[in-house]
Design a protein around this ligand. Structure first.
Ligand SMILES: Cc1cc2nc3c(=O)[nH]c(=O)nc-3n(C[C@H](O)[C@H](O)[C@H](O)COP(=O)(O)OP(=O)(O)OC[C@H]3O[C@@H](n4cnc5c(N)ncnc54)[C@H](O)[C@@H]3O)c2cc1C
Length: 424
């Protein structure tokens, strides 16, 4: 990126947002990009004018919400400008009678959760409490252990206002459930990692705070069907989330060891009592670990500097096989039976082995498992030193169609270029 090109871009952005665009000194290195300019529009009009200016300059941007998960995805290609959504913040409308809310993309989820809780509602998005924003959560669409009860991230979205690379504003869906005639375009942006458009604000469907919540924790020997029990628990009517975890990376559980099963039942009291009672029949609960299901969720998202975190999606009945494929020293595993996901944390070796040798081995094991189990694997965190040639999404089906969408939505490739599956 030439200095003169970037300074003309900064001038163009200043003409739109004044002091809201500035030089980053020193440059910020984020997601593989070396960023020398930042722009933080305050509303949809400014966002639209910024993107129009950036497209005219041919200047790629890295979009940021609260910046808590910028290492997720492939490295950005050729972006020198950071487009921050932090000022697109605040509740626009909250209809507590209907249980719907519209808020700006930069709104901290923590704040939104507090607002809706005052009226007895629950935000059906359940990320670790690290200060993430609404837009970042929708753009990544990574779910946690409560996906069983809360549903996938895209189901929480009723409507989105987005701004395309051209600066054109698009509205898809709105506050009313089932109001979409034609393609449900809002779903397209959810999980597309900011590569098709910038989310400006969103309408969300809320869930009522459950009347009762019971958490049961058990130690279950692997030989006694820990995976089958976890799946049966996850299929109980009031199950909101079920997790299975092993010891830490240094303990060798072995196929005869025990796993810790954490089950959360939420809903009307008779249903949660019945389901907790079913799980405890003939078994003894262990003292609950601090945090219950929140602790499981936080373990999933806990960063692992220098290590590798992978997410493996398989059929529920193949979860035990997936676990066996990956278990061993230096690996921490966490499984959710429904929908079936295995989270694996590979702690780097401390025996001085060349980092890339260790990394190649880990990637080789994951690749072998993709083929043998028909699993879908996504890498949530790669060591910073990793060579940049590995696609963390391992390609994707329908890449041709996805590229055609990218070409249509962002023909100049200025939005988060290279970040998504197939380096779209
Ligand atoms: C249990 C659990 C564990 C999780 N663990 C992880 C994890 O390990 N890694 C992870 O990435 N996520 C994880 N998530 C998802 C997490 O909720 C979000 O990644 C997080 O809230 C991001 O918020 P942020 O504002 O910090 O996003 P940022 O870090 O700012 O951005 C994340 C991504 O979204 C894009 N983006 C941000 N705002 C917008 C916008 N307005 N429009 C378009 N694109 C935008 C950015 O370009 C970036 O690629 C987890 C969720 C759950 C439920």
């Amino acid at each position: 990126m030439g200095v003169s090109k970037n300074s003309s871009c900064l001038e163009a952005l200043r003409a739109v947002v004044g002091d809201g665009a500035f030089a980053l000194e020193p440059a910020r290195v984020v997601a593989g990009g070396r960023l020398v300019t930042e722009v933080a529009p305050k509303n949809a009009e400014e966002l639209s004018a910024c993107l129009r200016a950036l497209t005219a300059e041919g200047e790629a941007v890295l979009v940021e919400g609260a910046g808590t998960q910028m290492n997720y995805g492939n490295p950005v290609e050729g972006a020198a400008t950071l487009l921050s959504c932090r000022h697109l913040s605040g509740v626009v409308e909250f209809d507590s009678a209907d249980g719907v809310i519209q808020a700006g993309a930069g709104t901290p989820l923590r704040e939104l959760a507090k607002v809706v809780a005052t009226e007895g509602w629950l935000l059906p998005l359940d990320p670790p409490d690290r200060g993430g924003s609404l837009g970042g959560t929708l753009a990544t669409a990574v779910s946690g252990p409560r996906e069983r009860g809360l549903g996938p991230v895209r189901d929480a979205v009723l409507g989105l206002d987005t701004v395309l690379a051209s600066g054109d504003r698009a509205r898809c869906g709105a506050r009313v459930v089932k109001n979409v005639t034609g393609y449900d375009m809002a779903k397209l942006y959810v999980g597309s990692l900011g590569t098709l458009g910038v989310i400006e604000k969103a309408w969300l469907r809320l869930k009522p705070v459950p009347a009762s919540c019971r958490v049961v924790e058990l130690e279950v020997p692997r030989t006694e069907g820990a995976f089958e029990l976890a799946l049966a628990a996850a299929r109980r009517g009031s199950a909101r989330g079920v997790g299975l975890r092993a010891g830490d990376a240094n303990s060798l559980e072995g196929p005869g060891g025990s796993l810790r099963l954490v089950a959360e039942f939420a809903g009307e009291a008779p249903a949660t009592e019945a389901d907790a009672g079913w799980l405890l029949r003939g078994r003894t609960a262990c003292a609950p670990a601090e945090g219950g299901m929140d602790a499981v969720r936080d373990l999933q998202g806990r960063p692992l500097p220098g290590g590798l975190r992978a997410r493996v999606h398989v059929l529920p009945l193949r979860l035990a096989e997936a676990w066996q494929c990956l278990e061993g020293p230096g690996v921490e595993l966490l499984a959710y039976p429904e929908p079936a996901v295995l989270h694996a944390r590979f702690v780097p070796r401390s025996d001085g082995a060349e980092d890339f040798v260790w990394l190649d081995e880990v990637l080789g094991r994951l690749d072998a498992m993709r083929h043998s189990l028909g699993a879908e694997v996504v890498i949530d965190e790669l060591p910073e030193a990793a060579p940049g040639d590995h696609d963390v999404f391992w390609g994707a089906a329908n890449l041709g169609l996805m590229r055609a969408l990218k070409d249509r939505f962002d023909p100049s490739r200025i939005l988060n270029p290279g970040r998504f599956a197939g380096r779209i």
